[in-house]
Design a protein around this ligand. Structure first.
Ligand code: SAM
Length: 220
């Protein structure tokens, strides 16, 4: 049973990730290892390694594997880094980060998703992950600064609160744009001069809304 998914997972990494130019060996290895199907409902397991996002509970999504790879590669993680993730969702991206960094702090606004993600991450022995329920647009002040911050929901602008929680040399990756399409933006804080913040555009993407004080208003 596990073998069948292992084969699909290796094929996913070859055809969707390596073939599209992702070269970070750590990212490739993590995606070959983490059992993506366990983060979604069993009825969707046969689609777990397909080239697209999939629905999870609460009208949210688990991101397309290639998007997970691009965002993770852009974070340039080292094994001593502490990472903040906004939007735990299924917990799949959290597990990929936990493979590569020292500790992952992940915030999810929907409690039911956080609970489910925690269970899968515990089952897979990811003890270097802390999950908190709340509005991640405020960041996680008590644990700041972070070497890397990843936002996995689309924002109207880059929240200043998150830039402020970047360590010198730190990287923030976040989808920014309208409620329909966004650009993946990478902000890097200077290591010599922390007031120097560089901004790059990594290309188009499409995410569910980042909802919160420094994000979008919730639809009522
Ligand atoms: N990375 C996730 C995965 O691998 O399954 C997918 C994340 S999903 C595309 C975006 C998540 O961000 C949703 O679970 C949503 O509830 C959450 N979210 C939206 N706004 C948030 C906020 N202000 N704080 C924390 N989580 C938020």
């Amino acid at each position: 049973m596990m073998d069948r998914y292992k084969k699909q997972r290796l094929r996913m990494v070859d055809s969707q990730i390596r073939a599209r130019g992702i070269i970070d060996e750590g990212v490739l290895r993590a995606m070959e290892k983490v059992p993506r199907h366990l983060f979604i409902d069993e009825g969707l397991w046969d689609q777990a390694y397909n080239d697209n996002p999939l629905p999870i509970d609460e009208r949210q999504t688990i991101s397309q594997p290639y998007i997970v790879a691009i965002m993770t590669e852009a974070l340039e993680l080292r094994d001593r880094d502490r990472v903040l993730e906004i939007g735990t969702g299924s917990g799949y991206q959290t597990a990929i980060l936990a493979e590569l960094a020292d500790r992952v702090y992940s915030i999810e606004r929907i409690a039911a998703l956080a609970t489910k993600a925690r269970k899968v991450l515990d089952f897979l022995n990811y003890y270097n992950v802390a999950i908190r329920v709340g509005d991640g647009t405020y960041g996680w002040r008590e644990e700041a600064p972070f070497e890397a911050i990843l936002v996995t929901a689309g924002a109207p602008h880059v929240p200043k609160t998150l830039v402020e929680q970047l360590a010198p040399g730190g990287r923030l990756v976040i989808p920014v744009g309208s409620r329909h399409t966004q650009d993946l933006v990478k902000m890097t804080r200077g290591s010599e001069d922390p007031s120097d913040i560089k901004r790059e555009n990594l290309g188009g993407c499409r995410f569910v809304d980042l909802i919160g004080e420094h994000g979008w208003e919730a639809y009522v």
